[in-house]
Design a binder for this molecule. Structure first.
Ligand SMILES: Nc1nc2c(ncn2[C@@H]2O[C@H](COP(=O)(O)OP(=O)(O)OP(=O)(O)O)[C@@H](O)[C@H]2O)c(=O)[nH]1
Length: 209
C-alpha cells in the first residue's frame, strides 16, 4: 500500500490557539496552558478514505511573525495550511491576512492551476466561545477567505471537539488529493513523539496571561 506523507503547517500569531487546536485534534483534550517555547512537529498515522497517511503537523510555537524567511520555509515545506486567528483579537486577524496572502503569492507560482491551492489553505477564526468580546466579525473572516480562496471556519478549541477534528480531517484529505510530488526542502527542525507532546502539555506550564 502506498503511504502518503502529508505535511500541514499551523500558522498564526502568538496566542491564537494553534497548539490548543492541534492538541484537541490529537488528544481530544483542551489544555489551557502549554509550554510553547519551541517549535515542533507532531506525527500521526491516519486513515482517510481507506488510505493510510502519515500526517506531520508543524506547530511553530511562534514568536509573532518575526522571520519572514522562516515563514517562507514553512510555506515551502507544507502541503496544507491552517491559518489561525483569534476572533477576539483584531491584530491576530491582520497577521492571518498577511500570512494568507504570502501563501497565495508563494504558491501561485508553483501551482499548476490556481485552484490547486484553494482547498489546502484553511482560515480558522478560533476562540469562538469568546464571541461576547469579538473584534473580528464572522463576515470579515468569510470575506478574506473568499478573496483569497480559502476555506473558512470559526471554531473553539476550548469548546469544540468534532468540529476541530472535521476541519483537520478535511484539510488532510484535500492535501492528500493534491498529491503533488513536492520538492522537500529543509524541514522545520524539531520533532516530537506523542509521548513528548503529552509531556509538553501536562509537564510544563507557561505563565498565565
Ligand atoms: N477561550 C478560549 N481560549 C483559548 C482557545 N484556544 C486557546 N485558548 C487559550 O489561548 C491561549 C493561547 O493558546 P495556545 O494554544 O498556546 O496558542 P498558540 O497559538 O499555540 O500560541 P504560541 O504557542 O505562543 O504561538 C491559552 O491560554 C489557551 O488556553 C479557545 O478556543 N477559547
Amino acid at each position: 500500500m502506498i503511504m502518503n506523507d502529508i505535511k500541514l503547517a499551523v500558522m498564526g500569531t502568538e496566542g491564537v490557539g494553534k497548539s490548543a487546536l492541534i492538541v484537541r485534534f490529537l488528544t481530544r483534550r483542551f489544555i489551557g496552558e502549554y509550554a510553547s517555547s519551541t517549535e515542533c512537529i507532531y506525527r500521526k498515522r491516519m486513515s482517510i478514505d481507506g488510505r493510510q497517511l502519515n500526517l506531520e503537523l508543524y506547530d511553530p510555537c511562534s514568536q509573532p511573525c518575526e522571520g519572514k524567511s522562516n515563514l517562507n520555509e514553512q510555506i515551502h515545506w507544507a502541503d496544507g495550511f491552517v491559518v489561525v486567528y483569534d476572533i477576539s483579537d483584531r491584530s491576530s486577524f491582520l497577521t492571518a491576512t498577511a500570512i494568507v496572502h504570502l501563501i497565495r503569492e508563494t504558491h501561485l507560482g508553483v501551482a499548476k492551476r490556481d485552484r490547486d491551492t484553494d482547498s489546502v489553505i484553511f482560515l480558522v477564526g478560533n476562540k469562538q466561545d469568546l464571541c461576547h468580546v469579538r473584534e473580528v466579525d464572522r463576515e470579515e473572516g468569510q470575506r478574506l477567505a473568499s478573496e483569497c480562496r480559502c476555506q473558512f471556519y470559526e471554531l473553539s478549541a476550548a469548546e469544540h471537539y468534532q468540529e476541530v477534528v472535521l476541519m483537520f480531517s478535511k484539510i488532510v484529505r484535500n492535501a492528500s488529493l493534491g498529491g503533488k510530488a513536492k520538492d522537500r526542502r529543509r524541514r522545520p527542525s524539531g520533532s516530537k513523539s506523542m509521548a513528548k507532546l503529552i509531556n509538553n502539555v501536562f509537564g510544563k506550564r507557561r505563565k498565565s496571561v
